[in-house]
Write a protein that binds this ligand. Structure first.
Ligand code: CP
Length: 315
């Protein structure tokens, strides 16, 4: 049985196959063709954390495939009072694929270990494979083919998103240069790092300007988790940590000056949500090189491809 957990399990050919399915599905969608390839199939979507893009893209994607998606938030389920292993086994009796926006990657792996239905890690503290695949689809489109994507740069914190993006790109032959002053401690996966490093395509530098020079794409992500914020402002209890992070991470900010000076041809990417003025500036988001909203849209085309690939359905 196939699962999508961290991309450690997928080969370069597997990744290419999913991307190829996504590109074909997107073309059909844009041409107005119906692709109801999963009639009577149900996707169970368990969210232990908030989401905008992941929920919308999976739910809309499942609708377009002729199936149904059930949204279940932890707060509305019996997870807080029961043993996770029991509840998740029961949940998997009601659907054909399970996706989890999980507090712990370990819980996704537990669900997958039952091998009952395919399981997707739809963002945990360690991985975000759906995001990586959507990002690579976007880069392949803008570069007129995956083989033309030669180098990406990642600025800011190393985290779940950079983990899976780094690994997938390295497997596909793309050079990855990270300029990151800190790694999110919960995101560390030594096995993933070893796999990525073994390709010889991952490099770390200190200087953001050096990282972006010659890059085709510059990526970043927020270095403040959502729980640090309330209605767009840092929570008072995180004020000290917020100030510390600003000092550490502001030199790695993606802004128009950095791009225009050192990488005028590089496209700007961000997985979203964005903290404007921190890891990225408004002038970078609105920059002519920004592909951020196409990147967001591609989540849906990739989710559909992931579902079909996991269920081994031909397009
Ligand atoms: N990038 C991403 O996964 O967005 P959400 O957290 O809104 O799903």
């Amino acid at each position: 049985m196939r699962h999508l957990i961290s991309l450690k399990e997928q080969s370069a050919d597997d990744i290419r196959e999913i991307l190829d399915i996504a590109a074909r599905l997107k073309k059909k969608y844009k041409a107005g063709e119906i692709t109801d390839l999963l009639p009577n199939k149900t996707l169970i979507m368990l969210f232990q954390k908030n989401s905008t893009r992941t929920r919308l893209s999976f739910e809309a994607g499942m609708t377009e495939l002729g199936g149904h998606a059930i949204f279940l938030a932890t707060a509305h389920a019996q997870l807080p009072l029961a043993d996770f292993r029991d509840e998740i086994q029961a949940m998997m009796r009601f659907g054909d694929v399970l996706m989890m926006r999980a507090m712990r990657a370990e819980d996704v792996q537990t669900a997958a270990s039952f091998n009952r239905i395919p399981v997707i890690d739809a963002c945990s503290e360690k991985y975000h494979p759906c995001q990586a695949l959507g990002d690579i689809l976007t880069m392949a489109e803008y570069s007129d083919g995956l083989d033309n994507v030669k180098k990406i740069a990642w600025l800011g914190i190393e985290n779940n998103v950079s983990n899976t993006l780094k690994l997938a790109c390295a497997k596909l032959g793309i050079e990855v240069v990270l300029a990151s002053p800190e790694v999110h401690p919960a995101s560390v996966d030594e096995e993933l790092n070893s796999q990525a490093d073994a390709t010889g395509r991952v490099k770390r530098v200190q200087d953001p300007a050096e990282a972006v020079k010659g890059a085709d794409y510059v990526h970043t992500d927020t270095w403040l988790d959502a729980e640090y914020f309330t209605v767009g402002k840092p929570r008072p209890e995180f004020a000290e940590e917020f100030e510390r992070r600003k000092k550490v991470f502001m030199p790695y900010q993606v802004n128009a000056k950095l791009i225009d000076t050192y990488a005028p041809k590089a496209r700007i990417m961000h997985c979203m949500p964005m903290h404007v003025g921190y890891e990225i500036t408004r002038d970078a988001i609105d920059h002519p090189n920004s592909v951020i909203f196409d990147q967001a849209e591609n989540r849906k085309h990739v989710q559909k491809a992931i579902l079909l690939w996991l269920l081994e359905k031909a397009v």
